[in-house]
Structure formats: structure tokens, C-alpha cells
Design a protein around this ligand. Structure first.
Ligand code: SF4
Length: 378
């Protein structure tokens, strides 16, 4: 059975601004030693080439004036997904649609696409060139995309951008260098640079994770304002499910390259269905809890070169059943738009499939070695 990647639905039946259908990305693993050995063996390859299975069949829709959050730990594939949506890397398979029209895989037309879809990176300290001032960072995209001569003068366009991200007085910020700005101010300049080309979609990849806690809220509120004021479609990528609930209308939870749960933000956070979502929520900051939030002690995400068979979460899952180790769970719609890919929600499992995984493993190891494969368990 194949996993059905769950996708948040747009609030209305309108064509979404940006849509991904079953996007998949596998990165080939290049190992110099292996190439030398293969050459020695006459160029013959033993078995399929190893690959990092970074993203598997992920579908999502980004409606106009909507914020969708993608939540997951490091290595869950969220950033790879954002880079595919920004067309910075080419998907292994799957489709991308802008305004309902398929975006070609070829690099031609990339500049026009970048005008509609902009990516804001996580690290405001490295995403701005330290030898250039704010003026350079804003002027360059305006000139590259030929937007400096439309209506407002270049100067007005740049000060207008800084005012949109609440960096005022704008004239003073234009002459500053990145090292003269705080982390929050740098991230605002990075957002202003993205806005320079008048995008309709903003892909924000962990935009506040490297900022002090005290200034995160300001940047999150800025993203909310851009959605309200300018009708931007925003993809908010984060490992912090609490901030996703604060900002987004829809949440998509990813684990080891796959979508495990998705739905309206309040439903996913108030009534989480998937064990991994529950784990993320248990590690979210909570003023009523004495101990600091942490995922330590709950296992680690698997290697994506050889991910576990069946449900990829099964080695960490306290509810894992025999079926979880061999078959990928299908997506089950639990309520309108709320989908969870977990065997706990499936019906029709037989007793052998539903037995706890530890018990199933014990049974297997105690079975006589001469027992026929697939024979009846006792
Ligand atoms: Fe995965 Fe099974 Fe746990 Fe569900 S119960 S999360 S399918 S291991």
C-alpha cells in the first residue's frame, strides 16, 4: 500500500495560487571510494545506486491570502520541499502548478517564476552580503527585474519596501550595513528584498528560528500583516508547532520526508491524531510545565538513505503494530480536511497485523527456523 500524502485544502474551491502534486526528491549519494571500486569491477553496479529519500510524494496547496505551516524536526524534508517550490532544485518526480498551470521543469522561465514566488532563508546573518549595504540588497532585485522605473522612483521604491517591513526611518536604514543591524532587522531586510519583486507567494524557511525569542513575535506578526494587507500566500516552515498554530490556518506535519498529518491548525494542535504530532506537541513550550521542552529521549529521525520500511516512524512509535513495520499507512480523513497517515485510524486490520510490534518481533525470533515463510503464526 502506498502512502497518500495529505494536503491542506484551500478554504474555497478557487484555483490555489501555488500547488504541489506528489513532489518527490531523491539525492544521489556520491561516494568516491565506491566509484573507484566500481571501476575496478569493470563498471558494473551492484544493486540500485544509494540515494537520500529527502521528500516523498508531498502534495499541498497555497491559497491566496493564506498561511500554511510545514512542521517537522531537522531532516524531515521541509527545506528541500521549499527549495523545490522555489525551483532552486529540480524534483525527481511530481508536479508544480502556478495559477493552475503546470510549471515546466526546465530552468527557462525561472526569472519570471521567481517574481511570483520568493524564498526567505533561515539565516539572516548569511543571507545578506556583509560587504554591501541595505541599499544594494534592495536596489539589485528592483533593477534585475526592471521594476525601478515603474511609477515610483528607485529611492521611493526602496524606502517604501523598508516601511512595509517596519524599518523606519527608512532613509537611515538604507545606508546601514548588515553588521550594524540586529538579527530581527536583518531578517526584515531579507523580507523587504523578497518583496521588491512584488511576489504573490512567500516561502519562509524557518524565518525566526535564529532570532532571539523576544523579537520572533514581531517577525511572525509582520508575515501575518503581509498576508492581510497584500494578500500574499505564505508557506511558513518551522520546527515549532506552537508558532505554526499562532500564525497559520493550516498545518502539515512532516516526518522523514513524508506528510504524516495535515489539517486546520486548530484541529491539528487541539486534537492531534498522529503519534508524531503528539510527540511534537509534547515538546512545545508550555508555561504550565516545569521541565523545559525537549525531544531528547524520544529517539531520532531515521537515515533517509535507508529509511525504515512501512511507517517510517515505527522505530520511535509507542503504538507500533506488526503492520507498521511492513506497510506504509494510507491517509485517513478523520474530519473535514483533517488527514492522518497512521494505521491506528485504519479499519479492518486482522489480529496478527494489529498486535504490538514488540510482541510480533518476539514471536518471530522464537519461531523455529524451519518454519515456512509466511506460515501461520501461533
Ligand atoms: Fe506509524 Fe504505526 Fe505508529 Fe501509526 S501506529 S505512527 S502507523 S508506527
Amino acid at each position: 500500500m502506498t502512502q497518500t500524502a495529505a494536503a491542506p485544502r484551500p478554504p474555497e474551491a478557487a484555483v490555489p495560487l501555488l500547488e504541489a502534486r506528489a513532489l518527490t526528491k531523491h539525492f544521489a549519494v556520491h561516494h568516491p571510494g565506491r566509484a573507484v571500486r566500481r571501476q575496478a569491477a569493470g563498471g558494473r553496479r551492484r544493486g540500485p545506486a544509494p540515494a537520500v529519500h529527502a521528500v516523498e510524494e508531498v502534495s499541498l496547496t497555497l491559497p491566496q491570502a493564506g498561511i500554511t505551516a510545514v512542521v517537522g524536526e531537522s531532516g524531515s524534508g521541509k527545506s528541500t520541499l521549499a527549495r523545490m517550490l522555489a525551483r532552486l532544485i529540480t524534483p525527481t518526480s511530481g508536479k508544480l502548478l502556478l495559477d493552475g498551470a503546470e510549471v515546466p521543469v526546465v530552468t527557462r522561465g525561472r526569472r519570471a517564476y521567481a517574481r511570483d514566488v520568493q524564498l526567505v532563508l533561515q539565516d539572516p546573518f548569511s543571507s545578506l552580503n556583509p560587504v554591501h549595504g541595505v541599499r544594494y540588497h534592495l536596489e539589485r532585485p528592483l533593477r534585475l527585474h526592471g521594476l525601478n522605473g515603474q511609477g515610483a522612483s528607485l529611492e521611493e521604491a526602496m524606502t517604501g519596501l523598508l516601511e512595509r517591513v517596519a524599518l523606519t526611518p527608512a532613509e537611515q536604514f538604507l545606508s546601514k550595513y548588515p553588521h550594524e543591524l540586529s538579527g530581527g532587522q536583518r531578517q526584515r531586510v531579507a523580507i523587504a528584498r523578497a518583496l521588491a519583486v512584488r511576489p504573490r507567494v512567500l516561502l519562509a524557511d524557518e524565518p525566526v528560528s535564529m532570532l532571539d525569542v523576544s523579537i520572533r513575535l514581531g517577525v511572525l506578526n509582520l508575515l501575518g500583516d503581509l498576508r492581510e494587507r497584500d494578500g500574499l500566500a505564505i508557506l511558513y516552515i518551522t520546527h515549532d508547532i506552537a508558532s505554526a498554530r499562532y500564525l497559520a490556518e493550516a498545518i502539515m506535519v512532516m516526518y522523514a520526508g513524508q506528510v504524516v498529518e495535515s489539517g486546520p491548525a486548530e484541529v491539528v494542535t487541539d486534537s492531534p491524531a498522529h503519534p508524531y504530532t503528539k510527540l511534537l506537541l509534547s515538546a512545545a513550550p508550555d508555561p504550565d510545565r516545569a521541565e523545559p521542552p525537549s525531544l531528547a529521549g524520544s529517539g531520532a529521525p531515521p537515515s533517509l538513505v535507508a529509511p525504515p520500511g512501512g511507517c517510517r516512524f515505527h522505530p520511535r512509535c509507542p503504538h507500533a503494530m506488526a503492520v507498521c513495520a511492513v506497510s506504509s499507512p494510507p491517509g485517513t480523513e478523520l474530519a473535514a480536511g483533517h488527514v492522518s497517515a497512521c494505521w491506528l485510524h485504519a479499519t479492518g486490520l486482522d489480529a496478527a497485523q494489529a498486535q504490538p510490534l514488540a510482541a510480533a518481533d518476539e514471536l518471530k525470533s522464537s519461531a523455529p527456523s524451519s518454519a515456512p515463510e509466511g506460515g501461520e503464526e501461533t
